[in-house]
Design a protein. Structure first.
Length: 102
């Protein structure tokens, strides 16, 4: 029996967050570090597409979950039937009060 695979859709804000993080890694570290971040994110998205409920439920937002994608970044997403919508990536070194997804 084939396992159901959810589609992944990027919200504009989530993709913007990704671009900002990627560019920061490129300018402050190296292209190798930025590529590793992208590869790690891609691997997490592949796993998430088959197991969408592995993420931690938000404390305040209904239907929002999150997974840790690196030591400093948490990916937030919501579920709708057979689609996972990526809604943001939060840098956890920021003030937690700025996290609108919790």
């Amino acid at each position: 029996m084939a396992q159901k695979r959810y589609q992944i859709r990027w919200a504009a804000n989530a993709f913007k967050d990704y671009e900002i993080i990627y560019e920061a890694l490129l300018s402050n570290w190296s292209s190798e570090i930025a590529a590793k971040f992208s590869q790690r994110l891609e691997a997490h998205l592949f796993n998430l597409s088959f197991h969408p409920f592995i993420g931690r439920k938000s404390e305040n937002k209904h239907n929002v979950r999150s997974i840790l994608i690196s030591r400093f970044n948490r990916l937030y997403y919501s579920l709708d039937k057979d689609t996972i919508e990526l809604i943001g990536i939060f840098d956890m070194r920021q003030n937690p009060a700025k996290n609108k997804f919790r």
